[in-house]
Ligand binder design. Sequence first.
Ligand code: MN
Length: 277
Amino acid sequence: MQARLVADQKIEDKNFTIILAIFTIIFAILIAATEPFLSAAWGAGKKPIQQGQNLKLVNNSPEETKKRSREMKQESTKYELPPLPYDYNELEPYYDQETLRLHHDKHHAAYVKELNLTEEKLAEARNTGDYALIRHLERTLAFNGSGHILHSIFWTNMAPNPEGRLRTPSGALADQITRDFGSFEAFKKQFSAAAISVEGSGWTILGWMPEFGKLLVLEVENHQNQTLWGIKPLLVVDVWEHAYYLRYQNRRAEWIENWWYLVNWDDVAKRFEQARR
Ligand code: MN
């Protein structure tokens, strides 16, 4: 009786092993068949799918896969023009809607376009190994990249001012300004003087310098010259002629004076807080 039970048990064990083996084989076949779909889904999960980007799932040759991954990499580095956080006419009367529309939709858009083009050409140079234009490309990268960053900050640094009252900073930002410039008025005078005196096209920037632990005012030429490595721009004003010429003509000082009414100190304070983290 005992021997019979042991024999039955052995047969059952054997059957179980066979069933397990069959299941393992079926499972392995299933995994192999669905692998391209799984890896495509995994890849898509890691990278947001962009509009117009079709995931190709069937039988890619190694060349096609390589090309596709290059394209995806380039798509992921696309820079985009950020929308304005207000309507074109909302900064009136300090900033006229015609200038604002041209400035954002044409000028800033052109920097974004050129930045994307530069990235494409740099990727092409890496692929072909032809670096004949490298000096030009590194220059356009700095110029258009800085232009894109500064304009993006510039738009959010401004907010409508229907009350028409001059606004001032408060809290930790106000305290830091007093510490580093003596007073808010002294800071404002230095910032305005710098903005008025920019030679040709440029910007004036209030930035937090982590290495020095203080706020500094910079007078920037074009978008990328006369900066300080590592500074975090908090408040920027554009003094390129395209920023003000339609309304203010050659009266840059008047543009600066009116621009102060638009400063969104909440945004500047938020940037200050983030920069100090
Ligand atoms: Mn500009």
